[in-house]
Structures are given as structure tokens and as C-alpha cells.
Write a protein that binds this ligand. Structure first.
Ligand SMILES: Cc1cc2nc3c(=O)[nH]c(=O)nc-3n(C[C@H](O)[C@H](O)[C@H](O)COP(=O)(O)OP(=O)(O)OC[C@H]3O[C@@H](n4cnc5c(N)ncnc54)[C@H](O)[C@@H]3O)c2cc1C
Length: 433
């Protein structure tokens, strides 16, 4: 067992001594929550092994601060922090998502309407550059590097340690399902909670343009009953049927782990036999194995400025019309440094709505491209976790080219981690080097 400093020394030494300028990809212990792409170059790249970076280094209950390595999964993190009555400020809904992946890939969840993404709770990153230098970045020190590590998919350096805030938790989450019969009334419901801050959690499902559910959650220490959605029960169907529910806090965070809206198997018998074994990590591992022989469902995460939601849903109804959509309000507390000036001018909203499409098995059109074009028109963002068809010029009207390459020059001047466009829109699609 190596200490944290020894692990960092190993990775930094490997990078310092490396002569090749060929691209390198990280090898982690957990499965990646990126949609597998059949010809992604990452599968044949040389690997840099960071699979032992999975220790929680310290939890300070008085200061409510945690120090941990990037490969720690949210399920391990929540189990450890709950012993102190604390939880991370943002807990993505799949158990196997790691804290490093959450920063580099950009994770969010039902507390995002208050706190933004997981990275917004981070205070410090230790990062190893592609040249093997070890930096400690904070919002004050090497601040542009610190800010740009978010959502740049590990193309600006390797996160090796993260320091982040925790918040107090209670034993259960009470969920009240609010039903709305139009997008307009749904928006009014979201805005009301957003402005009043009267709940702890907010997410929801759009089952159709006139059947929308807002799941509003409250921490509580008392519950008249509680449900678990780990095995025989799948969570998402209950959103449509239920009125009130209680879930133990850890189970609440991972309520979608067996599928956000694409639960398999669905029947009681199927779930009894297989439900316990088909969580998100297993399903994604299987999808990765089958990626070349089976078309995978369309999976996309779309950030829509709140002021454009009606406009977008109108377009969506005519051009895609696939439901349910998972809906997560997201507060953009500050304009992130990776956003271009052009994008910020076009989309000044503070509140965004993340709409996620899962499990759409339709291949008659290139839906990814169709959606990209519409999001460019309205000033939205498509997360880079699945297939991407942006041209390079389009891409850098959303992402901030100047800030990106300023940091790239410092942390990876030989481009062994690939640049963000090259990694997510070229190599991921089986093209280029
Ligand atoms: C099917 C599916 C469901 C999803 N559901 C949710 C959800 O419910 N909630 C949510 O918030 N998000 C969800 N996501 C998105 C997810 O949060 C992001 O994809 C996140 O980046 C995944 O983290 P990971 O730990 O799996 O990282 P990975 O997928 O392994 O990595 C993500 C990126 O970060 C880079 N990276 C990883 N570790 C490091 C490191 N130590 N240093 C530098 N770079 C690193 C990787 O190279 C990669 O480019 C989902 C994605 C998919 C495909």
C-alpha cells in the first residue's frame, strides 16, 4: 500500500520520464460514465494507471471538509461522511461516479439548484501536469488552472487530490411529488422553489408536454415508512404514481442507480432475479463490451437556459418527442471560465435546466447532431459525455478557446492528453490520432 505522496511521486515520475508524445489515457478502477463509443481511440491508447487513487484521506467534521483521492466513488464517500452526519454538497445519482470524474466531466444532481455542480464545492485540487509537475491549485493560487479543470475531461492534467466542502444531513429524505399539466406551470413551480429556497432537493421528470412531475425533497430525521429502490423496486415509475415517499438518505442519493428512466429489467420477477446485480456500473461495463456489436441507445445531457425552456420544448416536441426526460434545475452561481464570452452573452441566465435523454432506441436520424444544432441556436450546451458532432469552429463558440489554451500551454504543452475538442469530438468518434 503506497501513501498518497508515494502514489503522486510514481505518476509524476512516469510522466517526467516518458519520451513518447503519443496520447495517453487514464486507467481507473471504476467504470467510466461516458457513453461507450465503438471506435473511441481511448481504448487503444497507452494507459497511465491511477487505479489506486481511491482513498479518503481525511474528514474534518468541525470544519466540514473532506480530502480525498479522485477515484473515490460517491457511494463510498457518502457512506464515510454519513458517519459524521455529513454529505457532499452534490452527489451524482450513480454509485460508481468518482469525485475526479465528477469534476473533470461535470456532475450535478438534485441539490444543484442551490449549489451548482460538485466542482462548485471544491476548495483545492492537487494536479499532476503532463510534464510531471505537481501543482496545488485553489481559487486564489493558479486560479485559472483550478477553474479550467472543471468539465475539460482530464485534458489539462491529472487530478490526484481534491479538497471539498460537506454539509449536514439527516437520516431520511421526504419526497413530495408535485404534478403539473403544462411546461409553463412546471416552470412556475421550479422558479418558485428556486427563488424561495424552501426545499433541500429538486429534480423531476417530464413524461410529456402536459404531464410533468417535480420531485421536491426535504431532509428529515423521522419517517412514518421508507422505501428502498436498490432491488425489486425501480425508482422512476414511482415518480409518476406517488404522492409522498421517504427514502433513507444514502438510498435517496442513488435512487436512479438502476436506471434513470431506462430501467432493466422492469417486471417484479425480473427485478427479483436480476435487479440487485444490474446497477449502473454493471450496465455500463456490459455496454462497453458490446459497443461494437450493438447500437447503444441515444443518451444525452442538455443544459437549457431557463428563459429558453418553452422555446426548446416546442422544438423538441416537433423534432424528437421522446419521453420521459429527466429534469434537473442547475444554478450557475458564476459564469464558468470554460464558457466563451460569446456563449455568456447569448445565455445570461443564472438558472439552467438539465434535461437528460436516456435509453432512446431510435436510429432514423442523427439525433445528437439535430440537438446540437438547436442548442447552438438557443444558447444551450450539450454535455460531452456521448457522441459529439460539433465542428471545431462551432465548438469554440461555446467553450473558451483562449482560457483553454492558456492553461494547456502550462500543463500539457506537448498535447499528450489531447485537447478538449480532439478528445471529445474527434478521437472519441474514432478519428484522428
Ligand atoms: C449513462 C450515464 C448516466 C449518467 N448519470 C448521471 C447522473 O445521474 N448524475 C450525474 O451527475 N451525472 C451523470 N452522468 C454523467 C457523469 O456525471 C459524468 O460523465 C462524469 O464525468 C462521470 O464520472 P466518472 O467517475 O465515471 O468518470 P469517467 O467517466 O471515468 O471520466 C470522465 C472524464 O474525466 C476524466 N477523468 C477521470 N478521472 C480523472 C482524474 N483523476 N484527473 C483528470 N481527469 C480525470 C476522464 O479521462 C474522462 O475524460 C451520467 C453519464 C452516463 C453515460
Amino acid at each position: 500500500m503506497l501513501s498518497h505522496a508515494e502514489k503522486v511521486g510514481r505518476v509524476s515520475g512516469q510522466l517526467r520520464e516518458r519520451k513518447s508524445l503519443a496520447p495517453v489515457t487514464l486507467k481507473k478502477k471504476g467504470v467510466s460514465h461516458q457513453m461507450p463509443k465503438p471506435f473511441d481511440k481511448k481504448y487503444s491508447d497507452e494507459k497511465l494507471d491511477i487505479s489506486d487513487f481511491d482513498d479518503i484521506l481525511s474528514i474534518d467534521p468541525a470544519e466540514r471538509i473532506c480530502l480525498a483521492e479522485p477515484g473515490v466513488s460517491f457511494s463510498d464517500l457518502v457512506a464515510a461522511t454519513l458517519k459524521h452526519g455529513l454529505v457532499p454538497m452534490t452527489v451524482p445519482e450513480h454509485k460508481g461516479i468518482t469525485i475526479g470524474g465528477a469534476v473533470a466531466g461535470g456532475s450535478l444532481e438534485s441539490m444543484s439548484y442551490k449549489y451548482g455542480g460538485f466542482h462548485d464545492s471544491c476548495l483545492e485540487y492537487e494536479v499532476v501536469t503532463a510534464k510531471g509537475d505537481v501543482l496545488t491549485c485553489t481559487p486564489e493560487k493558479d486560479s485559472l488552472i483550478f477553474q479550467m479543470l472543471h468539465s475539460t475531461f482530464g485534458t489539462l492534467g491529472i487530478l490526484t487530490r481534491l479538497k471539498f466542502r460537506l454539509i449536514p444531513a439527516q437520516k431520511y429524505v421526504k419526497i413530495v411529488y408535485e404534478k403539473y399539466d403544462s411546461i409553463e406551470s412546471y416552470k412556475a413551480g421550479i422558479l418558485s422553489h428556486y427563488e424561495k429556497h424552501d426545499i433541500d432537493f429538486m429534480d423531476g421528470m417530464i413524461f410529456s408536454q402536459n404531464n410533468c412531475v417535480l420531485s421536491t425533497g426535504y431532509f428529515t430525521d423521522k419517517a412514518p415508512f421508507s422505501h428502498s429502490y436498490e432491488w425489486t423496486r425501480a425508482y422512476f415509475p414511482t415518480v409518476q404514481k406517488g404522492k409522498v415517499d421517504y427514502i433513507e438518505t444514502a438510498d435517496y442519493f442513488f435512487r436512479y442507480d438502476n436506471g434513470n428512466t431506462d430501467v432493466f429489467p422492469k417486471s417484479f420477477l425480473g427485478r427479483l432475479l436480476l435487479g440487485k446485480f444490474l446497477g449502473s456500473s454493471t450496465t455500463l461495463k456490459l455496454a462497453e463490451k458490446l459497443r461494437k456489436v450493438m447500437p447503444l441507445p441515444v443518451t444525452a445531457d442538455l443544459f437549457i437556459p431557463f428563459s429558453k425552456l418553452t422555446d426548446f420544448m416546442h422544438w423538441y416536441g416537433k423534432n424528437v418527442d421522446f419521453f420521459p426526460l429527466w429534469c434537473v434545475p442547475y444554478r450557475l452561481g458564476r459564469k464558468y471560465e470554460w464558457m466563451s464570452e460569446q456563449f455568456i452573452k447569448r445565455s445570461p441566465d443564472e438558472l439552467f435546466i438539465d434535461l437528460a435523454i436516456y435509453g432512446m432506441r431510435r436510429y432514423d436520424k442523427n439525433y445528437y447532431r439535430l440537438i446540437e444544432e438547436e442548442l447552438i441556436r438557443i444558447g444551450g450546451i450539450k454535455a460531452l459525455i456521448s457522441s459529439n458532432y460539433f465542428t471545431e469552429d462551432e465548438f469554440w463558440t461555446i467553450w473558451n478557446r483562449d482560457n483553454y489554451f492558456k492553461v494547456k500551454q502550462q500543463t500539457d504543452p506537448d498535447n499528450i492528453l489531447r485537447d478538449l475538442y480532439e478528445k471529445t469530438c474527434v478521437a472519441a468518434m474514432g478519428l484522428g490520432r
